[in-house]
Structure formats: C-alpha cells, structure tokens
Unconditional design. Structure first.
Length: 204
C-alpha cells in the first residue's frame, strides 16, 4: 500500500520515514533547505504488512531552494495523479508533516491543494507534528493546539506528536525514550489509518 509523506521543507519528512522504518533509509538535512528532489520510495514492513513510503520534495522553499516551490508543487501533484491512475495501486494514506514552531499560513493552502482538490478527500490523511522533543509531554501539544487545525477547516483522521531526533552516543535517556516512543507512535499511525483505497471508474 502506498503512503505519500509531504510537507514544508524542514518539517522532518525524511526523518519521519527513518523513524517508521527504524533504520536510516532516507537522506536527511538539518537545514531549512530540503534535500529531497521529486520523490523517493522506500519499502518497509510493519507488523507483517508491507508499505511503500514516498518521500517528497519540501514545499514552500521559495525560488532559491533545492527544489523551487512551484516545481515541488508540480512534482507532488504529478505523483498523486500517477498513484491515482487506473494503472496504479492507489494511495492508502497521506501523511502531512508540520513543525510545531512553523507558521501555519501555508498549511491550509497545501491541505486544500493536495488533499481537497487533487485527492478529493477520498484518501485518509493524518498529521505528524515534529520537533516536540523539548515539550514536557509531546502529546500535550495536540491538546493545546489541535483545535487550531479544525478551526481553519483542516480535518485529519489521526495525528502523531513526535520527535525526529536520531539516537547517538551521549544522548540523554529522556530523549532516547522519546525517540523510541515516536517510532512506535508513527508505526501505529500507519497501520491503524492506511486504507485499501484504489481508483474506480466513478473517479473519472
């Protein structure tokens, strides 16, 4: 089943893929300028099920980014249309990655273009909020801020509040636990929300 992971540059899409896979599959960048061109696909297994994760170019990079904003939009539109064509297996889930500290003005635009317009709200969509490692409790971010998404007309099947930090020697036990917790949260998010939706004749 195909899962498309999208969001602004620097929102942690590639790191989310690595957390789901529990290994370093996708190239990551610590800068606000992204490192993914067009898209990459990665096959992962979770609880005996196989999923294909599509890592896409970061949106809203402006004209000087690794992938200019207009090109990133076009690439994602083409990927979604390709996966929704009769010759494809369809899309099981959209995963929208957002940074907890990012301004939300562009979020509605991306949601409306890629979920509402292109996917016609037929594909389930979830939101992953990244960068929460310093919160007293990562999930508490959603309790305080989740309603803002609804107030702006963005509705999600589910959510995950996570950190995308990598384990390394010298990292604290607290962060290690949060990294492990985030990986399990993301894997459960995929298994619990990915559908078997495929395009039928009524789509055209």
């Amino acid at each position: 089943r195909n899962i498309v992971i999208f969001g602004d540059s620097g929102s942690g899409k590639s790191s989310v893929i690595n957390a789901i896979a529990q290994t370093q599959l996708a190239k990551t960048s610590s800068s606000a300028t992204g490192c993914t061109f067009a898209y990459e696909r990665y096959r992962v297994e979770i609880s005996g099920q196989t999923f294909v994760l599509f890592d896409t170019a970061g949106l809203n990079e402006g004209t000087a980014g690794t992938v200019p904003a207009a090109k990133a939009d076009e690439n994602l539109k083409n990927l979604l249309n390709e996966l929704m064509s009769p010759r494809s297996d369809g899309i099981g889930l959209l995963v929208y990655c957002v940074r907890s500290t990012r301004a939300r003005r562009a979020l509605i635009r991306n949601y409306n273009i890629f979920y509402s317009a292109i996917c016609r709200k037929k594909v389930p969509i979830v939101v992953v909020v990244t960068g929460l490692e310093n919160e007293p409790d990562m999930e508490s971010w959603w309790a305080a801020n989740g309603k803002e998404f609804k107030s702006r007309g963005m509705h999600f099947e589910d959510h995950a509040c996570v950190t995308t930090l990598r384990k390394h020697s010298g990292i604290s036990d607290v962060f290690t636990r949060r990294i492990e917790e985030s990986s399990e949260t993301l894997r459960n998010l995929i298994v619990n929300n990915c559908s078997d939706w495929v395009v039928d004749d009524s789509w055209f």
